[in-house]
Design a protein around this ligand. Structure first.
Ligand SMILES: [Zn+2]
Ligand SMILES: [Zn+2]
Length: 181
């Protein structure tokens, strides 16, 4: 996945890619470590525009995953979507020390990527965007009620008596707090 600078016309150029997860060097390992599965190909819609020596990228990505809900622990499938912008900056042939400096600079200036020749290498920056788009605490639904801390029942499916007890206790504690203050 690379784009020649000469392919970027004056008004910009759009590139669309639909690729399997194995296109990227690290994504399968990331999925294994975080215990989720990619369920679809990864789709990218990328608009490149030159701005002097820089190339601005407006990107959109989407893909499906099967993950485990952090509250109720039930596997669920969901669609991930993310928009992002990156700036490609020309970099020179550089010594190892300079490369380290550039890396540190890259860390500081998030969204900036260097290119060395007449091509933009897209694989690593796009892989990074996929990783950034992953949910940190996946939920089957925003209002997932999770599991009862007492009996372990899935509260999305059933209401248990211990849940009510916890609820009442909370209200009782609140009432007490008000009286005390
Ligand atoms: Zn859930
Ligand atoms: Zn319960």
């Amino acid at each position: 996945m690379r784009l020649g600078l000469d392919e970027i016309e004056a008004g910009g150029v759009v590139r669309e890619y639909t690729v399997p997860v194995t296109t990227f060097p690290d994504l399968s390992a990331v999925a294994d470590a975080a215990q989720f599965d990619f369920t679809t190909f990864l789709e990218f819609r990328l608009r490149f525009k030159r701005a002097g020596a820089l190339v601005e990228l407006d990107g959109y990505l989407t893909f499906g995953i099967k993950d485990i809900c952090g509250r109720c622990l039930i596997p669920f499938e969901t669609k991930i979507e993310s928009s992002f912008t990156l700036t490609f900056t020309p970099g020179k042939e550089s010594s190892f020390d300079q490369q380290i400096e550039e890396l540190e600079l890259e860390d500081e200036e998030l969204g900036q990527v260097f290119y060395d020749d007449e091509h933009l290498e897209l694989l690593v920056p796009l892989q990074e965007q996929v990783i950034i788009s992953l949910p940190i605490s996946p939920l089957c639904k925003e209002e997932c009620l999770g599991l009862c801390a007492e009996c372990g029942r899935n509260l999305n499916e059933t209401i248990c008596t211990c849940e009510k007890k916890v609820f009442n206790n909370k209200f009782a504690a609140l009432g007490k707090l008000k009286l005390d203050s």
